[in-house]
Write a protein that binds this ligand. Sequence first.
Ligand code: AMP
Ligand code: MG
Length: 289
Amino acid sequence: MKAEKYRFDGSQPCVLRRLPCDSREDDVEKADILEKTEQNLQRMAELQDAFYADGREGLILVLQALDAAGKDSTVKHVMGGLNPQGVQVTSFKQPNAEELSHDFLWRVNKALPPRGSIAIFNRSYYEDVLVVQVHDLQKGYRMAPRVKEDDPKEFFRKRYRQIRHYEEYLYENSYRVVKIFLHVSKEEQKQRFLERIDKPEKNWKFSDADIKERALFEQYLTTYDEVITATASEHSPWYALPADQKWYTRYLVSEIMVDALEHCTHEYPKLEKESRDRLLECKKALESE
Ligand code: AMP
Ligand code: MG
């Protein structure tokens, strides 16, 4: 699996600045990758069918990235072939007042899928250790003094632990969490922003806040390194995927989805002899109509 190279399971630290944002190192051909992506999308649909019928395990795909790295288009192009009945997408925006008056995992719990379904998190609880940390938003939170006394490093170190435990809890309750970071370069982000400004049908995707966040690009990379390193585990790995070429990113995401679904239980329920006999009786009745 090509995506293997980009996998973090906690055994080594993540250093994004040493990882590629494009496919050059991987020695691949676009035509070949496009064909393989198609095959993966078909395989995903087949596996999902059995995974849904089986209903013993749930899958959560977390998508994180800086702006314009391709989260939305990944959802559209890689997940678009799944049966919508077994998929739910949640986009995590700035928390509203009700959400802020609860613990940060409260809104996440509400977005968990039933077993047999796939939840796609377009942004996630990881924002609570990323944007919140980069902007020191926790300083404005209404929380007990004993919580707010911690220095920021300590506050977020505790959140990393809480996230690790939460993902372990989910795993032990028959869910799998797979986390993907779309690693876009600063230059490619600039090109995509320019396109969003130039093309009227893309204007809605751009806001001047994006420029302010871009100014913190390096700080985000450093924070992502820390977050990925602290929360990657064997059961809930991170993948830091090159995101400058969408055709390659989509391929890698499709590989990861096939792999994740293959690991999830996906057996069609088998009938006991008695139920099988009853089915055969029904068949006879139908045929003799
Ligand atoms: P978008 O994904 O472009 O629609 O933007 C959603 C915005 O909500 C991003 O700027 C996120 O950083 C922000 N956001 C998501 N979760 C949180 C959070 N827990 N705290 C603060 N901002 C958040
Ligand atoms: Mg945005």
